[in-house]
Design a protein around this ligand. Structure first.
Ligand code: NAG
Ligand code: NAG
Ligand code: NAG
Ligand code: NAG
Ligand code: NAG
Length: 500
């Protein structure tokens, strides 16, 4: 996502200057949002205490159900993003807020909660406008959660304070879901019909909530997992791995204890954290084992699910890294470095160079299959053994204006279609064909939220199971179709390593 934002390098200006004429009372006070068309919009509603000072590096503290401010809190402008680099909006450590889009006069509408991606280090709910989705008679919420070290620091020192460590950002999301459960009826939403959808790190987060013993049942009832990259590799880190990063950050901050680290400025922490990976870990509380292991053991919340990927996911990293081109010999070299000689021999039994235009296209297919397509399909497959309403998709379209011919349908390329007036993409108007695809995707997501079955005019869906192996190819009209067994051959290679 970070690269994507840099590629787009759009200049974003949000001068809404709306008057807060949509006033709603929540337990913490009045919030004043605004009306766009028939959609009421509320930005920057806090769902937890500011995680600052002594609350830094701790699980989020719930907001008391008592007035927290006087008068009407302005909900017409976005709140700050959580600390990160290359932000398109101001950042702050005090960032635990959510945004709501709700049709006028809504009562008891299904709710859709979007959890953003960005490798657990960037992004924000503010980048995703729920306006178009909510026009399909759903209430949409987009949430923030702490990123980088603020959200994912883990250490033995911290376990002395609380048994759970390393997953504060995941617990922020949980706190947001609890807030929604308690308060969304005030915005016309039905807390008993919540669909969670997330992309990339947001999708991995939702997979964590599906298996986590600390996430109660019934906070959400349906789930859409979009491009959960490295679903298993990112969540096999344990406390000792996290401790290493904690020690490095601590010494970078010239600290010897936590109280010193809590006294450094957020900017100092942000500056040093970017050198080390802070990601969710198996802390034995939030996560007790790998996601796939939990699902295989039946230890997960069973619900209707859509799971999918984009067709050329990994190009987001390979195309810029290799300057959009690699030679034939480099292809073999990169594959050998990545997989080892033995696996490369196997790979060449499944992938033929003649099937790809450029060497980089073949590299992208191999990496995307191994890191995303096959693990995602496998996840859906595990789910489908217990869940009749499992759906799979591949998003196979790259907006030409945003992605050059090397990228094709890269990681995150469904986002400008699913969020057509998304903050980051606002300068681009969809073509007629793209608009049709967008409407079909928004309709599919909304009907899934309402009925548990994705339905739209021209995009067809079939239930997935291991035998039919159906998936929907999402693309412009004429290109979209339901396919069977599309990844069967290549995934017979990659599924040999059972993900944890
Ligand atoms: C919403 O309710 C108000 C007051 O009852 C009514 O005047 C208005 O027409 C309704 N708007 C919509 C979009 O249903
Ligand atoms: C997680 O698993 C991957 C793949 O098996 C391995 O390469 C990586 O080192 C593991 N990471 C940790 C932190 O154990
Ligand atoms: C840590 O100490 C070094 C050397 O004295 C100094 O340059 C640096 O600014 C200090 N960093 C912080 C975050 O205090
Ligand atoms: C650090 O501690 C000092 C003394 O208690 C306090 O004045 C200062 O505001 C603290 N700084 C931060 C960033 O918390
Ligand atoms: C997009 O469409 C709107 C409304 O028709 C127009 O005002 C705007 O200039 C268009 N933007 C671009 C980048 O073409």
């Amino acid at each position: 996502m970070k690269t994507l934002i840099l590629i787009l390098s759009t200049i974003v200006s949000i001068s809404l200057c709306q008057s807060p004429d949509q006033v709603i009372r929540i337990p913490q006070g009045y919030v004043g949002g605004f009306l766009v068309g028939k959609i009421r919009t509320f930005y920057n509603i806090p769902f937890a205490k500011p995680p600052v000072g002594s609350l830094r590096f701790r699980k989020p503290a719930p907001l008391p159900d008592a007035p927290q401010w006087q008068g009407i809190r302005d909900a017409t402008t976005y709140g700050p993003l959580c600390h990160q680099d290359d932000a398109l909006l101001p950042v702050s450590e005090d960032c635990l807020q959510l945004n709501i889009w709700s049709p006028l006069n809504a009562t008891n509408l299904p709710v859709m909660v979007f959890v953003h991606g960005g490798a657990f280090t960037s992004g924000g709910g503010q980048y995703y406008s729920g306006r178009q989705q909510s026009q399909r008679d759903v209430v949409v919420v987009s949430i923030n959660y702490r990123l980088g070290a603020f959200g994912f620091i883990g250490a033995y020192d911290l376990i002395k304070e609380d048994p759970s460590t390393g997953n504060y950002g995941i617990l922020d999301q949980l706190e947001a879901f609890k807030w929604i459960n308690k308060n969304i009826h005030l915005f016309g939403g039905d807390a008993s019909q919540v669909t969670a959808y997330g992309e990339s790190a947001g999708a991995i987060s939702l997979a964590i909530h599906l298996v986590s013993p600390v996430t109660p049942k019934n906070l959400f009832h349906r789930v859409i997992i979009q491009s959960a990259g490295s679903l298993y590799k990112t969540t096999n880190a344990t406390i000792p791995n996290a401790e290493l990063n904690y020690q490095l950050l601590k010494s970078n901050l010239n600290c010897t204890d936590l109280s010193c680290m809590r006294n450094r400025t957020a900017a100092d922490i942000n500056f040093h954290q970017s050198k080390y990976p802070f990601i969710p870990i198996i802390d034995n509380v939030v996560l007790t084992k790998g996601i796939f292991t939990s699902v295989r053991k039946g230890e997960y919340k069973n619900m209707n699910i859509i799971v999918g990927t984009t067709s050329n996911e990994m190009s987001l990293w390979t195309c810029p890294k290799y300057d959009y081109k690699i030679s034939e010999s480099m292809l073999v070299q990169i594959l050998t470095e990545t997989f080892g000689e033995y696996v490369v021999q196997e790979i060449y039994k499944f992938y033929k160079r003649v099937d790809f235009e450029e060497p980089i296209d073949m590299l992208n297919a191999i990496l995307s299959d191994s890191v995303l397509h096959c693990p995602s399909r496998y996840f859906g497959r595990l789910f489908s053994s217990n869940q009749e309403f499992t759906y799979q998709y591949t998003f196979d379209y790259g907006i030409k204006y945003l992605f050059n011919s090397c990228f094709k349908a890269t990681h995150a390329s469904e986002l400008p279609i699913l969020f057509p007036d998304q903050l980051v993409f606002r300068q681009y108007n969809l073509t007629k064909a793209e608009e049709t695809m967008s409407n079909d995707m928004l309709d599919s997501w909304a009907t899934f939220a309402k009925t548990g079955i994705p339905t739209s005019t021209s995009l067809k869906w079939e239930k997935y199971n291991a035998e039919t192996d159906y998936e929907t190819k999402i693309s412009v009209p004429g290109e979209a179709e339901v396919r069977s067994g599309y990844y069967k051959n290549v995934c017979s290679l990659w599924d040999r390593v059972e993900p944890e």
